[in-house]
Design a protein around this ligand. Structure first.
Ligand code: ZN
Length: 149
């Protein structure tokens, strides 16, 4: 019987080998980029917002398996969702990725299902990799702020 850690490793490798929503979007889609110099990870997030929804999202960039699979999972988790729900998912994910108790999570966030994203929770045991896992999410937040400014 494979353990939970093996299952999580499989999910991460699957997203690394077959990244979802890979590519670019033309303007007026918002483009933001993030770097994690500690590991050499680079992520570009292309974001289209329409009628209060994240109508499309594309990811490009390169880096380690954690950074790229996290970006792929993020794109699948937020595409087609209302902006408020996307912000909720981001808060839940970032609170999963911190060792301290976060006071920033709001009550509604508890209802958000992270699904495959839970595969990344083991990363929190390796603090140097947390920045790899959260890079795409911080880049997405920048894009959301720009798109909704
Ligand atoms: Zn990395």
């Amino acid at each position: 019987m494979p353990g939970l850690e093996d299952l999580y490793r499989e999910i991460i490798l699957d997203h690394y080998r077959s990244p979802r929503n890979r590519g670019e979007l033309p303007p007026p889609a918002v483009r933001t980029e993030g770097h994690n110099p500690l590991c050499g990870d680079e992520i570009q997030v292309y974001l289209s917002v329409d009628s209060g929804l994240v109508s499309d999202v594309k990811i490009s960039g390169q880096g380690c398996s954690i950074s790229q699979s996290s970006a792929s999972m993020m794109s699948a988790a937020v595409k087609g969702k209302p902006i408020a729900e996307v912000r909720s998912i981001v808060r839940r994910f970032k609170s999963m990725m911190t060792l301290e108790e976060e006071e920033t999570a709001e009550a509604d966030d508890q209802n958000v299902k992270l699904g495959d994203l839970e595969a990344l929770q083991g990363v929190v045991k390796f603090p140097v990799r947390i920045k790899c896992a959260t890079l795409a999410w911080n880049t997405l937040l920048q894009g959301l702020d720009e798109a909704t400014a």
